[in-house]
Each structure stands twice: as structure tokens, then as C-alpha cells.
Design a protein. Structure first.
Length: 714
């Protein structure tokens, strides 16, 4: 029956019939389609995905029937599904159809897209008042609340959606996101897994699951999830970078580096991928490359706290401590409560001998992040531990949780030191052994044949005849002093003694000569001006020393591994003084095993490899004694130095050509930066307590025992 003129119009506009559609019969007579027929046609087009046609036809109809809410609704939907601005059309439809829950739902989505969170919340709530069982509206309301930071309310909305539709995949994923923000990551994993059961084809779901597992330090599972992303979307830069991160935590830096490089091929300006690439390079000992990657990450994102922290770590590793502190403080300027940055700043304070300040920073970091492994490990590193059940309980509790391999390694070494300090030697060695097995798994495998070939190359090339020809090409400077030997043989102690003299400057472990030797040998093989290269190498080295110290008459380079390079060093700088530190091989090997070294020390985590490396070092030192002129090398026995310091300190000072200065006896009071594993020990008075330490661990030394035969011929 046709409505009366004052009845509500059946088109749904809410207007009186006489003011809305009373003229339809006239329009029909003029050839215009009836709205119900047009709606059917538009709906068919919409269902067929022909959104552009719906937009065009709806716009034409609205020119004739501007107050038909159902046409506005279809028009708005077509705009939205094409990614066009639909907000005005949605608003008009909601005004014409105020009781339509669906249009309020769509209006809320459009408002959300425009950043109008308050409006979106109101619209979604209106939709739910009209239809409380509208699962999609609950889900959309949850998404807006999540973005607005109302986390608990968002989670409640997602749960309401799932109560109505337990198989609502997107709501499972969204609830997982809310739970991550709430710190309920285990529950989030459960919902992400359910989403993937329902929608295994969604790469975002695999990625979100991987991120949650990474946060839980379940790195193998995280890596599998990121591979799930790449199975669906092989060119996902983010998934490659995330997989690289997980692989790095698993101690597989080479694989991590490959995925980070692939991520950067796909997305060259990814700050995250640059950071992760730098981390992999750092683990592989490629420190210059790591510096470049971190600097690039900061260039791309100037407020990137993690990149500042990472850059600080690598700068500290290469002895650029002032720059490391500057980068660390930049991190704190961005994130004042960064526990990781505070821990690193504590390490830098320890490098400078400010151990009380370091301990305060470590404890402050723990107050912010009570389960930060690095801070707990650092607490034990820079003091002599007594029985401390609180520290021990915290360390062991942390080790019972999932941790990255680097975190496990630091805590295991710290636990070993704790037990050694309290003289529980069986427990100490067990902890050190676990630490070294983890480190060995995550590092570069030691190549014994390669080391032997390198030693053979050195002894064959740098013989007496070569030295006779090469030495006249050198620079006569007496400024450089080299301290060489095995790591943990007293090189840092001797540098600290000499650096306490006002005429000497200690510049730490310089990496100059490894590259210089490789470059020289490459020229020598081609017979390409190798004599000139010796002069150039000496001049370049002296310029480098001048950049570090302009005034002191002696500059000390205490890179222990320069025992490999003494042939070229002596030819280039025949008047340089070379101090060779000797220590009991068993004590040396054990002390190496008890320290965390970078992955460049490939031998340091296996007692048999340490023994092999020591024998090759011993072989080379015998070669240099027979090749270099008498008096070029001063052998300093560590045990005699610590038992009776003054005679040996006087002899060392005299050997390098400096007048005696009593400050060398009080070396532990010298205020300078020391970035080695001995930075705490050299601030203590000399004691002989570390000599003969191996007796406590005699039952565990394995192949180190084979080094006893070298003691008599050192």
C-alpha cells in the first residue's frame, strides 16, 4: 500500500514521504529507475567487486535521490573499498540511517583511518549499542582502543569478538598484539598460533609470532616463524632482518650477516637492518664494518637508542673510549632510563678506573631492568667477590630462563669468576666450561692448519738474510715501544707501569701491524717496491702514534699478537724497544680460558686449541730470538715481576730508554683508560696470588699439560 503524505518514507531516510519520495511515480514516468531496482543492481555490482561502477552509478542516483541513505551507504562502501576518502559519504549515510549498525561500523573505520580515534570509538560503540553481537565491530573497537593506549579495554573488546566468533582469525591476531603490549607475551603466542591455524597464508601473523618468540628469547622458534614469512613472501626485507637477529642470538653470525645484507638489498634505507648487520659484523670481529653500519643506522634514524648503544660498544672494543662514552650519553639523552646504556656507561667508567661509579650505574640499571644479564654479570667483573648469596641467586635464576647466547656467555663467565673468588674451584671450572662451549658454538671455528701455515710463512720470509737487506730501509725513531706475548701474560700490567712514567704514553692495543704485514707481503710476492713499502709503513705508523700522543718521548703499543709481526716491525723501526712478557704456560692458558675474548681469538674457548696456539707462539718467539739482533727484545718473566716488582720495573724503564721515576712503582694509582680484560687488576697493587693458579684446576687442564715441556726452554 502506498504511504500517505505524512507517513515515514519507506526508503529509510527517516523523512516524511511527501518531502522525500512522493515524486517517484513522476520520476518513473520520466524514465528514472525506482530506488529499489537501482539498489538491487548496485548491490549486485558491489558483490561482484565492481566498486568503480558502484561509485559512478551511485553518484548518478544521488543526483536524483540525494536523501536515500541506502545509496549513500553503497557509495561510501565503494569509495572505502577502492582506498578512497569515504568519510564524508559515511557520515551522510549514518545521518540518513541512524539505526543501521553496519554504517556506524564503517564510519568508525573511516574515522580510524583519518586518525580521529575519539570519533572512531564513539561510532563503534554506537554500532554495538545497535547490535551487541556484531563481532567485527568489537574487533574494530579494540583496534582503535589499542592505538589510543587503552590496552586492557582493547583486549576486552577482542575477547568479546572471539566469544561471538571463536574462529575470527584477525581478532586472535589483534588480541595477540594487545597482550604483547600488556606484557602477557606467552598468552600472545597462543593467540598468534591460533590465528595461523586459521590463516596460515598471512605473513604478518608469522612475523608477529616471531617477534613475540624473540621477546621470550625462544630464538629457534622465532627463526622458524620468520622463515614462515619468507616462504610466503621471499622478498620481505623485514623478515630477512628479523631472521638475521634471531640467528645472531643463536650464535650464527655468518648466517645472520647474509640475511641482513639481503634485507638491505631489498630496503636500502632500513635503519633496523643496518643495526642488525652491524651486530653480526661485530660478532665476526669486523669492527670497522660494524662502526660504519651503526653510523649509517643513526644517520637514517637520529634518535635510534639501540644504534647509539651498539656504536658505543664497538668503539670501546677498538679503544676509542671517549667516542664510546659520547655515543653512550647520546643514547641516554634519547632514553634516560635505558638500562642497557647505563650498564655500558658503567663499563666505560670501569675502563677509567672509577669502579665505585661503575657499580652504582650497574645497580641503577638493575633497578630499572631487574633481569638484565649484562648488568648482573658486570657487578661481579670489577670487584673481588665474597660470598654473596643475593648475587648468586639472581645469576642462577636468570640462567634458568631463556636467554640469548651472548647473555648466557656473560653470566656463565661471571658465575665462574664468582666461584673462583670464593675458592669453589670445581664449580668455577664447570661454569667456565659451559661458558666456553657456548662461546665456541657461536664463534668462528679455530683453524689449526691455517695457523701453522701462517707461522711457516712468517719464519720462511722474515729470516736473517731478509732482515739484513730490509733493515737499512727503516726509520731510526726510538719513540715506539712494543709489548708482546700471549694474552693474559702481563702485557696490560707492563703497559700500566710504563704509562705511569711522565715520559711515556700507553695507547693500548693498536691493530696497525696485522694489516701492514699483509700489505707488505702482498707487495713482496709481486716484487713491487717492497723496500719503499718498509719506509712508508714506518712513517705511517709514526704519524699514527703522533695523532695519539704529541709530546711523550715513548709511546707504548701493547698488542700481544704483534709477536706475529716482529720481523717487519724491527725492519721498519730498528730502534724500537720490544718487551716480551713470559708467563707460566699453564697459568696463561687457564687465564685465557677464563676470560671473554672477541671472536677474533678463535682459539680461546678450547683448552686444546689454546695449547696449540701457545706452541705456535713459542715457535715464533724462538725464531725471533735467533733472527733479531741481541738486545732487541727484553724477556720479562711475569712471576718474577709480581714476586719482586721493583728490580724488574727498573730494568723495564731502563730498557726503553727512560730515566727512573718512582711513579712507575705506584702504577695502580695512575689515572688512565684501560680497555682490556685486566682493567680491574692493573688498578690493584701487585701480588703474586695469580702465579701458580693452575694448581687449583690441575685435574681439568687436559692438553694444557703438554705445555709444561716448554717451561724449561722459554
Amino acid at each position: 500500500m502506498k504511504p500517505g503524505r505524512n507517513d515515514a518514507c519507506p526508503c529509510g531516510s527517516g523523512k516524511k514521504y511527501k518531502r522525500c519520495c512522493a515524486q517517484l511515480s513522476t520520476a518513473a514516468a520520466q524514465g528514472v529507475s525506482r530506488p529499489d531496482l537501482s539498489l538491487a543492481a548496485l548491490t549486485a555490482l558491489m558483490n561482484g567487486g565492481q566498486y568503480e561502477q558502484v561509485e559512478l552509478k551511485a553518484r548518478s542516483l544521488l543526483d536524483v535521490h540525494p536523501n536515500l541513505g541506502s545509496i549513500w551507504k553503497l557509495y561510501a562502501g565503494a569509495l572505502m573499498l577502492q582506498g578512497k576518502d569515504s568519510l564524508r559519504a559515511m557520515r551522510r549515510a549514518s545521518e540518513l540511517m541512524p539505526q543501521d549498525a553496519e554504517i556506524h561500523f564503517y564510519l568508525g573505520n573511516a574515522q580510524h583511518d583519518r586518525g580521529d580515534l575519539a570519533g572512531a570509538i564513539l561510532s563503534q560503540r554506537r554500532a554495538l549499542v545497535l547490535n551487541p553481537e556484531f563481532a567485527q565491530a568489537h574487533d574494530s573497537l579494540g583496534s582503535v582502543l589499542l592505538e589510543a593506549g587503552q590496552l586492557a579495554e582493547a583486549a576486552a573488546s577482542f575477547r568479546a569478538a572471539l566469544n561471538l566468533r571463536p574462529d575470527f582469525a584477525e581478532a586472535h591476531g589483534n588480541l595477540g598484539n594487545a597482550l604483547v603490549e600488556l606484557g602477557q607475551i606467552e598468552d600472545a603466542v597462543r593467540h598468534y598460533r591460533r590465528m595461523l591455524e586459521l590463516r596460515p597464508d598471512l605473513p604478518e601473523a608469522h612475523n608477529n609470532l616471531g617477534n613475540a618468540l624473540l621477546a621470550l628469547r625462544r630464538y629457534e622458534e622465532a627463526a622458524a616463524s620468520y622463515r614462515g614469512v619468507l616462504d610466503i613472501r621471499p622478498d620481505s626485507a623485514g623478515a630477512h632482518a628479523n631472521l638475521g637477529n634471531a640467528l645472531r642470538e643463536l650464535g650464527r653470525p655468518q648466517e645472520a650477516l647474509a640475511h641482513c645484507r639481503r634485507a638491505l638489498e631489498l630496503e636500502a634505507n632500513s635503519a633496523d637492518a643496518q643495526l642488525l648487520k652491524g651486530n653480526a659484523l661485530f660478532d665476526l670481529g669486523s669492527f670497522n664494518g660494524a662502526v660504519e653500519s651503526y653510523a649509517r643506522a643513526i644517520e637514517l634514524r637520529p634518535d635510534y637508542t639501540d644504534a647509539y648503544i651498539a656504536l658505543s660498544k664497538v668503539l670501546r672494543q677498538v679503544g676509542r673510549v671517549a667516542e664510546a662514552e659520547e655515543s653512550c650519553r647520546k643514547a641516554l639523552s634519547v632514553a634516560a632510563d635505558s638500562a642497557e646504556a647505563l650498564t655500558l656507561l658503567g663499563e666505560i667508567q670501569a675502563d677509567r678506573g672509577r669502579f665505585d661509579a661503575a657499580q652504582q650505574l650497574f645497580r641503577r640499571a638493575i633497578s630499572i631492568a631487574p633481569e638484565l644479564p649484562d648488568a648482573w654479570a658486570a657487578l661481579a667483573r670489577y670487584r673481588k667477590m665474597g660470598v654473596d648469596t643475593a648475587w648468586l641467586d639472581a645469576a642462577q635464576k636468570l640462567l634458568g630462563k631463556p636467554l640469548g647466547i651472548g647473555e648466557q656467555i656473560k653470566l656463565r663467565f661471571a658465575l665462574g669468576k664468582y666461584f673462583d673468588d670464593v675458592r669453589d674451584y670445581d664449580s668455577a671450572f664447570a661454569s667456565y666450561r659451559l661458558a666456553n662451549e657456548l662461546k665456541k658454538r657461536s664463534g668462528i671455528k679455530h683453524d689449526r692448519p691455517r695457523l701453522m701455515r701462517r707461522v711457516q710463512q712468517i719464519t720462511a720470509l722474515y729470516d736473517q738474510e731478509w732482515l739484513r737487506r730490509a733493515r737499512p730501509e727503516g726509520n731510526e725513531s726510538t719513540r715506539p715501544v712494543f709489548i708482546v706475548g700471549m694474552p693474559r701474560s702481563g702485557t696490560t700490567l707492563t703497559e700500566q707501569i710504563l704509562a705511569s712514567h711522565p715520559g711515556a704514553f700507553g695507547c693500548g692495543e693498536l691493530r696497525f701491524w696485522l694489516g701492514a704485514c699483509l700489505r707488505y707481503e702482498s707487495l713482496a710476492q709481486r716484487e713491487a717496491q717492497s723496500d719503499a713499502a718498509i719506509r712508508a709503513t714506518a712513517d705511517n705508523y709514526l704519524k699514527h702514534l703522533a695523532s695519539l700522543s704529541a709530546n711523550e718521548s715513548r709511546v707504548i703499543d701493547k698488542m700481544p699478537a704483534n709477536f706475529m709481526n716482529l720481523g717487519l716491525i724491527h725492519a721498519a723501526l730498528p730502534n724500537a724497544r720490544i718487551i716480551h712478557m713470559q708467563r707460566n704456560p699453564l697459568d696463561t692458558g687457564l687465564s685465557i680460558y677464563f676470560q671473554i675474548f672477541s671472536n677474533t681469538h678463535t682459539y680461546a674457548n678450547d683448552l686444546a686449541d689454546i695449547a696449540h696456539y701457545f706452541k705456535q707462539y713459542h715457535r715464533l718467539m724462538q725464531h725471533w730470538r735467533s733472527t733479531l739482533p741481541e738486545g732487541a727484545i727484553l724477556d720479562v718473566p711475569y712471576e718474577e715481576l709480581v714476586h719482586d716488582p721493583e728490580p724488574w720495573i727498573r730494568k723495564i724503564v731502563q730498557f726503553v730508554g727512560l730515566p727512573w721515576d718512582p711513579r712507575c712503582l705506584d702504577f695502580h694509582q695512575t689515572d688512565r683508560t684501560v680497555v682490556t680484560a685486566s682493567n680491574w687488576q692493573v688498578r690493584q697493587k701487585i701480588t703474586p696470588s695469580s702465579a701458580g693458579r693452575w694448581h687449583h684446576y690441575e685435574a681439568f687442564l687436559g692438553e694444557l699439560h703438554s705445555l709444561t715441556e716448554l717451561e724449561s726452554c722459554s
